[in-house]
Design a binder for this molecule. Structure first.
Ligand SMILES: *Cc1c(COP(=O)(O)O)cnc(C)c1O
Length: 395
């Protein structure tokens, strides 16, 4: 794309950003470059081996990674992007680069499990970083938790697995008044539904394994933000921590991301139909989906999300432990598996023995299902749920 990126719509950028004609072959799709090393200049003593810019060695950065970075920076509306081997490697790169011993970090009480473990166990117990978990759905809790040594606030919205919503703009304002940086995990929404940088976040971090790749066949993660904030993270995370993505996975994610807007539209619509259907069933004890008008996060979700609210719905059944497992085993289309954001529907039974259980709101503690609604026909998914509930005697 030669014109300014932001002159184009989201779908155009999902197709074209980061793609170009391959100069060697004339192919209109860029090739996968699997080489580990690149030819050195005449005088290799001039090389700065801590530089993640030029093509030297694939751990310093590779071409497929760079194409994907260009696309994601464009989709998230950021200046620059770092693509790494997984969402967790993106999170750990962000934390390792921004937090020193003696610093303080505030983060959402309900987050992806590795975020919780990285901050609470590794950074707190091993490296002397102070941590405070708060319910970030009330921005005032963030304000109250800030200390003179707070360096970073990290929130997840919608949060995994409860779909709790936090107000990005209000929290960014509170952070910036105190010179603190804000990072937002945007995995659940994807840039199609929410772009945290536009709401004042300093870093957007996400798993590409989920919606952005979308086909359940590759792992990746990304950090998007200002170029100057990303420089030191890039060198650390790739060259010294080694979390570099394989060129093949970067290429797969690049291909998957082309249809992100089309798939997200289907995920949004299907999840809304399913949330409404579940709401009407007497055997369903609660439904958590920010698209529902009576959801506690709906007002804020409408402000910062759109066109839709994503594809994950969490819900409880008036069921015993055994009935939950039996229900899942009777599903015919929906697959029992972790992960989310794949083309196919995935469901997982969570809550009862989760190490974060005490942090969950009461109704989640009795066990619940996290349903990643796929892009199949909504009627087929609804019929699948109903037949499995019936088989277990719940309907
Ligand atoms: C899955 C997930 C991650 C981790 O991503 P991986 O690619 O599995 O390492 C981080 N944050 C959220 C919200 C996730 O759902």
């Amino acid at each position: 794309m030669t014109q300014k990126d932001s002159d184009y719509g989201f779908r155009t950028r999902a197709v074209h950003a980061g793609n170009d004609v391959d100069k060697d072959s004339g192919a209109i799709k860029r090739p996968i470059t699997m080489a580990n090393s690149y030819e050195l200049p005449y005088d290799p003593t001039s090389i700065n081996w801590s530089d993640a810019g030029p093509n030297l060695y694939t751990r310093n950065g590779g071409t497929n990674q760079k194409y994907l970075q260009e696309r994601l920076a464009s989709l998230e509306g950021g200046e620059d992007c770092i693509v790494l081997a997984s969402g967790v490697s993106a999170l750990s790169a962000l934390f390792f680069s921004n937090l020193n011993s003696g610093d303080h970090v505030v983060f959402s009480d309900v987050t992806y499990i590795a975020t919780y473990r990285l901050l609470n166990e590794l950074f707190n117990r091993k490296y002397g970083v102070e941590t405070t978990m708060v319910d970030t759905s009330d921005p005032e809790n963030v304000r109250r938790a800030l200390k003179p040594n707070t360096r970073l606030v990290h929130i997840e919205t919608p949060g995994n697995p409860t779909l709790k919503i936090s107000d990005i703009e209000a929290i960014a304002r509170i952070c910036h008044e105190r010179g603190v940086k804000l990072s937002v995990d945007n995995t659940f929404a994807s840039p199609f539904n929410q772009r945290p940088l536009e709401h004042g976040a300093d870093f957007c971090v996400e798993s590409l394994t989920k919606y952005i790749n979308g086909h359940g066949d590759a792992m990746g993660g990304a950090i998007i933000g200002r170029r100057k904030d990303l420089e030191s993270i890039r060198a650390q995370s790739q060259i010294n921590l080694g979390g570099v993505i394989s060129p093949f996975n970067a290429w797969l994610i690049m291909r998957g991301s082309v249809t992100l807007p089309l798939r997200m539209k289907a995920h949004n619509e299907n999840a809304m139909s399913i949330a409404r259907h579940l709401k009407g069933l007497p055997c369903v004890s609660f439904v958590s989906y920010p698209g529902l008008e009576d959801d506690p996060g709906h007002r804020i979700a409408r402000k910062q999300m759109g066109p839709g609210f994503g594809g994950v719905v969490s819900f409880g059944l008036r069921a015993t432990h055994d009935q939950y497992n039996l229900f899942v085993s009777r599903l015919r289309i929906i697959v029992s598996a972790v992960s989310l954001g794949h083309d196919e529907s995935l469901i997982v039974f969570l809550g009862e023995d989760d190490e974060r259980r005490e942090l969950f709101d009461e109704h989640f503690r009795k066990g619940f299902l996290r349903f990643s609604v796929g892009i199949e026909d909504a009627e087929d998914l609804i019929a699948d749920i109903d037949q499995a509930l019936e088989a277990v005697g719940l309907l």
